[in-house]
Design a protein around this ligand. Structure first.
Ligand SMILES: Nc1nc2c(ncn2[C@@H]2O[C@H](COP(=O)(O)OP(=O)(O)OP(=O)(O)O)[C@@H](O)[C@H]2O)c(=O)[nH]1
Ligand SMILES: [Mg+2]
Length: 302
């Protein structure tokens, strides 16, 4: 019996649907998803089995022009994910087509794509007419030598089986890299922190989601089978703390409830979730925050 296993990096502009696709491929919510850009901050692996193949999907932060230190670390993590992969899948949003951001990614692929299979997946096909897809497929293939093009809807599941079947044959022969029943390799503490960050991002507006981070501080297994989880939410200003808490603590309560419910579903048991908000003006420049997120912190000018 020949087994296959390998890494498939999902790259693309922010909001292209990379995390949605990873979750769909894995069949569980491993990576958080919001309608906002720059939701994913680090590389997140999800494992899918297809016949005798184990496909390790690597979700990456969206590629954009970085301004802050955090942005740069995110973009570096994304390209790093691509550079480590056996196959790269570039996700393009059907509706948006070839933006300047996409052109820059294609330039980047000129280097990173060398000696690697790069496939194109045009996502969100549920949002456009088929003529648009024909034009976009041709345009993109004229610009880069993709080995294959897939038309998909990560959200609705269109084209997913075809893409997974193809990838199963493209990953190299070799032993599986993870136990057959494993679906993620992110520590639970981090998955739990991400779930809370998703709920915060969905409720808070403008810049706030980009100026906060969530860390799991404590995780206690209780005798009754439940877990007590303590998390810290770091914000950069006093005013932000007030907004995160909300009027009479309504916002944080709602966030906590939504995150707890999702965690309980993921873990299949009861969770007691305690959130605390702390003002930490410089967290965006603290090495420890980056290692907690699974990002590389680079010294030098912020
Ligand atoms: N209509 C439609 N929406 C989709 C599809 N796939 C993803 N979305 C939506 O697009 C938005 C962004 O999805 P994400 O999966 O978070 O995108 P991402 O590429 O991971 O974004 P970043 O992490 O910010 O780089 C969410 O609101 C998804 O529900 C699709 O096939 N069709
Ligand atoms: Mg994402």
């Amino acid at each position: 019996m020949t087994t296959r296993a390998g890494f498939v990096a999902l790259i693309g502009e922010p909001n292209a649907g990379k995390s949605t696709l990873l979750n769909r491929m894995v069949g569980a919510k491993v990576s958080i998803v919001t309608h906002k850009v720059q939701t994913t901050r680090a590389r997140i692996r999800g494992v899918a089995m297809e016949g005798q193949s184990q496909i390790v999907f690597v979700d990456t932060p969206g590629l954009f022009q970085p301004r802050r230190r955090l942005d740069r670390a995110m973009v570096a993590a994304a390209w790093g994910g691509a550079a480590d992969a056996d196959v790269i899948v570039l996700l393009i949003e059907a509706q948006r087509g070839v933006t300047e951001g996409v052109e820059r990614i294609l330039e980047g692929l000129g280097d990173i794509g060398q000696g690697r299979k790069v496939a194109l997946a045009i996502n969100k096909i549920d949002r456009v007419q088929s003529e648009v897809l024909l034009g976009l497929t041709k345009d993109l293939n004229d610009r880069y030598a993709f080995v294959e093009t897939f038309l998909i809807s990560a959200e609705r599941g269109h084209g997913i089986e075809t893409l997974r079947g193809w990838l199963a044959n493209e990953v190299p022969q070799g032993p599986w890299l993870y136990p057959e029943d494993q679906i993620a390799d992110l520590p639970m503490r981090m998955i739990a922190a991400e779930m809370t960050r998703e709920k915060l991002t969905l409720r808070l507006h403008q810049e706030l989601p980009y100026q906060l981070t969530v860390e799991t501080e404590g995780w206690e297994e209780r005798k009754d089978g439940s877990a007590k989880i303590d998390q810290l939410i770091y914000v950069i200003r006093d005013g932000h703390k007030g907004i995160v808490l909300g009027h009479k603590g309504e916002t944080i309560k709602a966030v906590s409830k939504a995150a707890r419910e999702e965690l309980e579903e993921f873990l299949g048991r009861k969770v007691h979730l305690f959130l605390q908000v702390k003002v930490r003006p410089n967290w965006l420049d603290e090495a420890e925050r980056y290692s907690q997120m699974g990002l590389e912190f680079k010294d030098g000018n912020a």
